[in-house]
Structure formats: structure tokens, C-alpha cells
Design a protein around this ligand. Sequence first.
Ligand code: TRP
Ligand code: SF4
Length: 451
Amino acid sequence: MKQGRLASTVEIDPWGSSQYQDYGRLRAQFGIEAFGTDDWQIFDEPHALLRRGVVFGHRDFQRVRDAIKDRDPWAVMTGLMPSGLMHLGHKMVIEQCIAHQKAGADLHIAVADFEAVAARGLSLEKARDLALDQYIRNYLALGLDPATAEVYFQTKRHRVKDLADRFATRVNLSQMQALYGFTGDTSIAHINAPLVQAADILHVQQPDLGGPRPVLVPVGVDQDPHLRLARDIAQQWRRFNIVQQHGEWTLTVKGEDKSRWLDVADAVLDHLGMGTRTDRKRNEKHGQIALGKQLRGRDVRALDRALAQAESKKGEMGFIRPSATFHRFMTGLTGDKMSSSRPESSVFLTDDPAEAQKKVMRSVTGGKETAEQQREEGGEPDKCPVYELYLYHVAQDDNHLDEVRTECLDGTRLCGGCKKEAAGLLFEFLKEHQERRDQTEHLVAEIVKDD
Ligand code: TRP
Ligand code: SF4
């Protein structure tokens, strides 16, 4: 399927198997932001994937940063499509979620069983079994805390399906084709799947699930079209919008009863201390309030958040546009994308540790033809799946990672020994992980909600 065309040469396909090489270019083409120096540093203990740039970009992460700074609530939302065994590439998102959970976010996990049926043709039963035994059990073993997390199934949560139906009333086929490259033979269920995902992402802002608040969705970059859709839908259903016109910030109201909504906005602005009613020019007819030229990004976000909360209190959707972070993909041990359908390329979390060790020993590397050449010229860690194993998974501290990298580059490290070290660390991780899988199995029932 052809995807994410947007006048670009790189295509993003959530259901495809492309490998992405140039993440800087992806950012530029799709408007994904690079992290600034004071973005993820807001965390007391930033996760290795953030520190090491594996998470290479974001959308609207500033909203999360504001919430952490102001000690306001924020949430993390993720989903999994249970189409096969869980491998190391799938482990990154949940590790990041667990770290955010520890930093105070509540966590919501969707089992995308609808998507697995619609896009992959699995049966619901198979999807359920895979989700519970593979993903959820592994998540718990990795440290997911049931106290502040919930897991639900898309097909069982009626409010998610209802919301997807509402969203569908304002999205047309051309938009879905432009975003996903759907063609005439795409099933209607498949076309619907991104709307269900938008509903997954947005419904956690419903009043009884915590109300409008920043929601971070950590994903692989292949999911970006879904995030763009969810963000557009969130704004589309808002009454208020804050826009900059000719250098002037303006609050606009959409839909019926503009006057009543302008009163709501005025009350919010008063409460936030943003000017007086006489400085703010209010235009009844167009449903606008002029806010002046001097608004900082942080003030705009704070206002947007307060307005969303006011909308929600009055029974509107009031969803704040969700934020996202994007991580790089793992290269498979065979040199192509790590994929559940190619066991040799992947290390599964339930692989026999000794088998996994052998897979690593057979991996392609960024090394040279001969040991002599490598001693002279050094290896290429940035083209090496074994280096990725260290970077993404087995190097616990950053000094160790630096050491592997430096030694590889200067030729003092050879691939045989390097693989052996990585394979040994992986063996230990898998052994302990699988013990934890048994110890935490009883928590599965506790974390899965029936609706
Ligand atoms: N489409 C995602 C995948 O293929 C699964 C998913 C469903 C999801 N709902 C979500 C991811 C909400 C993030 C947020 O893995
Ligand atoms: Fe990869 Fe290690 Fe060989 Fe360097 S020494 S190319 S990191 S296997």
C-alpha cells in the first residue's frame, strides 16, 4: 500500500514493512519536532531511550513538559496490535511508558484487536490469546504497575467504538486516502481502524477517565499518520481555537451560540489573569476575542488546556491535541527490519535464552571482511544490529555504550568478542525476564478491564 504521500519521497506506512534510514529527513518531511535541550531533561530520571536519541522526535511534547513543571496531571496512552510474538522492537514503547508511569502519569493500554482483525485478518480469539500471553504478560514482567495502568480491548470498549462513529461523521474517504493511500480494494473495516485508534487516544480525556489533560503517545514513527489524524480530529471537535493572525493572537469560537461561548472564554481568561475585558477586543459577530501580540507558547498552551476543560464541563468533547514521541526502529539481526514474521531477524521475549544467544552470534554486523582490516580501519557501529542491541537494550549505563562505540570505531574491538558479550547480556536479561513473567502472571487478571 502506498502511504503518507504529502509531496515527499519517504513514505510512512503503519501496516508496511519499510525500514527508515534517515530520521532527520523524516522529521523535516513530516514536521516532527527535534527535542530541544530542556525538553526531556524535565524528567528526574530520563529513560535511556530518550538520553540516547533512540526516541528522536516528538509532536507537542511541550504540553507534557508544562504539566510536569506545574505538577498537573498528564497521561500516557499506547496500544498494541497482537499479530504475533513480542520482540525486542516492541519492548521500547512499553519501557518508555513504564518510565513515564513512574514519573506520575496514568497509563492506558489499548489491545488493538479490532485492528488485528481488520488489517491482519486474525480471529478475535487468536488476537486475545496473543495479547494476554505475549504483550501483557511481558509488560508486567518489565515492570508495568497495575495500580496506575489499565488494559482494555478495542472490541469490548463501547465508548471507544461510539467515539469512532462520531469521528467518522466528519472524515471523508479522500482524507483517509491521502493519509494512508487506501485504495478501492481496502476493506471498510481497515479504513475504520485509524478512527478507532483516534478514539483510543482521545477517549482517555473523557471526564470519568481524568478529563482533558496532556496525553503522551509514545510510538514508532510508522504510527505518525495515526497521530496526525488524532490531533486533527481533536481540534476539529473543539469549540475554541487559538490562532495567530497578522501577528495578533485570536481566540475563535466555532458553531452555534457564539455569545454564550464567548462568555465562557471571558471567564477562563479572567481566571488566568490574561488581560481585562476592556483590553480584550471581543467580536460577537465573528465569535472572536483578540488577545494581543505578546503571548508565549506556554501561555497559549495553558489557555488551550483551560478552555478544553471548560468545554468538557459543558458536555463538549474538549479534547486537547495529544502529544507524541517517536522512536527509531530496530534493525533485525539479518539486516532488514525486525519482524515477528521473520524469527531469524528477531529476538522474542519468550525465546529460549540459549537460542537467542545463537541468533545474535549469527547476526550481520558493521564489521570488516578481515580482523586485520578491522583493526586498521575500525568498524561501523551505526550500521550494526549488534551495536543497536547495546544501544537499545543491553548496555545498562551510558559509559559502557560509549566504550563499545569507541572501541568499535578505533578497531580495538572485534565482532566475534563483541557479539559474544552482547549475546551473554541478552541471555541474562531473557532468563531473568522469563522468571519475572512467571512471578507476575497473576497480575494479568488484575490489570485487564472487562469493558
Ligand atoms: N496501531 C498500533 C499498532 O499497530 C496499535 C494501536 C491501537 C495504538 N491503538 C493505539 C498505538 C493507540 C498507540 C495508541 O501497533
Ligand atoms: Fe558491530 Fe561490535 Fe562489530 Fe562494531 S565490533 S561492528 S559494534 S559487532
